[in-house]
Ligand binder design. Structure first.
Ligand SMILES: *[C@@H]1O[C@H](CO)[C@@H](O)[C@H](O)[C@H]1NC(C)=O
Ligand SMILES: *[C@@H]1O[C@H](CO)[C@@H](O)[C@H](O)[C@H]1NC(C)=O
Ligand SMILES: *[C@@H]1O[C@H](CO)[C@@H](O)[C@H](O)[C@H]1NC(C)=O
Ligand SMILES: *[C@@H]1O[C@H](CO)[C@@H](O)[C@H](O)[C@H]1NC(C)=O
Ligand SMILES: *[C@@H]1O[C@H](CO)[C@@H](O)[C@H](O)[C@H]1NC(C)=O
Ligand SMILES: *[C@@H]1O[C@H](CO)[C@@H](O)[C@H](O)[C@H]1NC(C)=O
Ligand SMILES: *[C@@H]1O[C@H](CO)[C@@H](O)[C@H](O)[C@H]1NC(C)=O
Ligand SMILES: *[C@@H]1O[C@H](CO)[C@@H](O)[C@H](O)[C@H]1NC(C)=O
Length: 543
């Protein structure tokens, strides 16, 4: 380290400094321009909006001019990517076809007795299906189970699978409700009163039906995120693996993490190799209650491992290491490995390598040790990030569905970004005042009808901050639903099982994931930037 004071420094040295600073600025600017061009020519990518690839680069290195919006986490399911043929949904026409067949063997009115309903009568289901179609227009109903009796003679409980038409992924969810059934004109059934979200508890558990496909029904309720094993029967040597050592991305923000992980997965696809996935994640301090980085968080708390297993070729790191060691122990010849010390070796240069393991090591100092650097530059044209492979954890999505369901899918939402950005008056001069309670009331007044359900997705930690809105709207905050992850919840039970029986905390990262998805299900969505404030998303002069 040089110790001389700036005053004593010779002029020449200062000049060198100035020049090198200047050079760096030019370099940064060139990279910026290049990245903008590169990004502009890429396929659909959620990063287009805020271009956080640049963001990350700058926030991690020099004086940051951009800041990531870490109150939103987008994953593959939020993107407009085609995801195979959708399951056919139930329509008025398909109901009428079934109805036509039934009415041919129309039983007499005598079979229908008021006050008690035979729930397995197919006409009951038809009445419910028709009712649902009218009541929930944003829902695509995929399949129903035969109704079963409710708690009274004129009640039926029925379960169905559905998806929200607004959602881009074809992931299915379940609901089961209790309906009070009455007799209409001409001995037809009609729904007198529909129950609320998940009210039809008798229909909750799928009954094993001999005729229907029981496996398909059961599977939808269970999450199979067991770690596939590399059995000892597997010929490790014959596999082709791409192994990334832990890099500087560990413990970084969610968006950084996604960007890096997708780079690795993308390279694996490009090289036609199995990606070695480390399921142990680090929760950065910005999302933890302690404010410190927390290690040992399971990937499956946040992401849908079952889906990833299905669509990508991956192996869990522990399994991979065990398989590798087992091979080396039992064979005279070691597994061939190509160690790649720097990201500067491009994926294209590795394409022809036939060795069993390609091991990218990320030992250089930051920011040279970020995974995503592998996908920069020329590689960007060859590697497609497989966004479709990363979905949010279904356990979190069940919470999202539950929250939306409790508002009967009929709600508007506002995304209120505060936190660090609101405090940074230099980059976001008006954000704080534009998201003040008074300002929110005034601005939302023009966009959301009074009396509506209003979901507020926010990183504002103070619960009562939005109280002023309550006299105008039915305000819902994530915190209002805390029993969904409390110690009596399904989520609590299930995540505990992933954690050797120890309770899992519902952390800031999960909050962001749930908030994001509820926000996307709203009928009217009011964004902070450009709806509530004229400040730019990425800071002064960035829009
Ligand atoms: C950029 O660096 C300068 C000088 O160190 C500092 O005064 C300024 O606050 C920094 N800007 C940001 C946004 O951090
Ligand atoms: C209810 O309806 C189903 C189907 O029409 C029929 O098989 C069953 O016998 C009926 N049960 C009673 C108790 O009427
Ligand atoms: C009931 O039946 C009568 C005679 O068949 C018919 O005119 C009437 O439209 C029917 N009502 C309904 C609601 O289907
Ligand atoms: C869960 O998935 C694994 C493959 O990842 C499969 O081998 C196993 O049979 C599945 N278990 C169930 C209960 O479906
Ligand atoms: C990818 O690898 C598998 C075996 O690892 C091989 O069967 C397949 O032909 C390869 N595909 C391409 C396009 O190289
Ligand atoms: C659940 O949490 C509440 C308060 O947080 C506590 O009083 C209760 O004992 C807990 N129940 C279980 C089963 O852990
Ligand atoms: C969670 O597990 C406990 C004990 O295993 C059980 O009593 C409880 O019913 C479960 N709760 C849910 C919502 O599944
Ligand atoms: C928010 O702003 C966008 C872009 O200006 C606009 O398209 C959208 O309609 C606005 N939303 C509302 C609820 O006014």
């Amino acid at each position: 380290m040089k110790q001389s004071s700036p005053i004593a420094e010779p002029a020449g040295q200062n000049l060198v400094k100035v020049i090198s600073n200047l050079c760096f600025s030019v370099f940064v600017f060139a990279v910026l321009i290049f990245t903008v061009i590169a990004i502009t020519y890429k396929s659909p990518d959620p990063w287009l909006e805020s271009a956080p690839a640049m963001t990350n680069f700058f926030t991690q290195s020099e004086n940051a001019t951009f800041k990531n919006d870490n109150s939103i986490l987008r994953t593959g399911e939020d993107l407009q990517l085609s995801q195979g043929p959708p399951a056919p949904s139930i329509t008025e026409a398909s109901i009428e076809r079934v109805e036509g067949k039934i009415s041919e063997l129309e039983p007499a009115c005598s079979e229908i007795s008021p006050g008690s309903v035979n729930c397995s009568d197919p006409r009951v289901l038809i009445a419910i299906e028709k009712f649902n179609l009218r009541a929930f227009r944003s829902i695509a109903f995929l399949e129903y189970q035969t109704p079963v009796g409710g708690s009274k003679l004129d009640e039926c409980d029925v379960a169905w699978r559905f998806r929200n038409k607004k959602e881009k992924s074809w992931r299915k969810y379940r609901d089961f409700r209790r309906f009070k059934i009455g007799i209409g004109e001409n001995c037809t059934y009609r729904v007198v009163h529909p129950g609320g979200w998940h009210s039809g508890v008798n229909a909750r558990r799928p009954r094993i039906q001999s005729s229907a496909k029981p496996s398909a029904l059961v599977r939808d309720n269970e999450i199979n995120d067991t770690i596939p094993t590399l059995g000892s029967g597997v010929d490790f040597r014959k596999g082709r693996y791409l192994y990334y050592s832990r890099g500087g991305d560990y413990c970084k923000g969610v968006n950084h993490l996604m960007w890096s992980m997708l780079c690795g997965l993308g390279e694996a696809v490009y090289l036609n190799r199995t990606f070695v996935l480390d399921l142990s994640m680090c929760l950065p301090g910005t999302y933890s209650t302690t404010g410190k980085d927390e290690e040992g968080k399971d990937f499956r708390y946040y992401f849908d491992f079952e889906h990833l297993k299905e669509v990508a070729s991956i192996v869990e790191e522990g399994e991979f290491i065990r398989g590798w060691k087992r091979w080396d122990r039992t064979h005279r010849k070691k597994v061939p490995v190509r160690k790649v010390p720097t990201y500067k070796v491009t994926p294209m240069q590795l394409k022809g390598d036939k060795r069993t393991v390609i091991w990218r090591q990320f030992d250089a100092p930051e920011p040279e040790n970020y995974w995503y650097r592998v996908c920069e530059g020329r590689a960007e044209r060859y590697i497609k990030r497989p966004w479709h492979a990363i979905w949010k954890s279904k356990r979190l999505m069940n919470i999202v569905t539950e929250i939306s369901g409790r508002m009967d899918w009929d709600f508007d939402a506002v995304h209120v970004v505060r936190g660090e950005k609101a405090q940074n008056k230099e980059l976001w001069p008006h954000l704080d005042s534009d998201t003040s309670p008074e300002s929110l009331v005034a601005k939302l007044g023009g966009m959301v009808q009074p009396g509506r359900n209003l979901y507020v997705a926010t990183n504002e930690p103070f619960y009562n901050y939005f109280d002023k809105l309550r006299s105008h709207y039915k305000v819902h905050l994530l915190e209002d639903y805390k029993e969904l992850w409390g110690n009596t919840s399904e989520w609590y039970n299930e995540t505990r099982m992933l954690n050797d029986g120890k309770p899992v905390e519902f952390d800031g990262f999960m909050r962001v994931a749930v908030d994001t998805e509820v926000l996307y299900r709203a009928k009217i969505r009011v964004e902070t930037f450009y709806n509530l404030t004229a400040d730019c998303k990425d800071g002064v002069n960035a829009c």
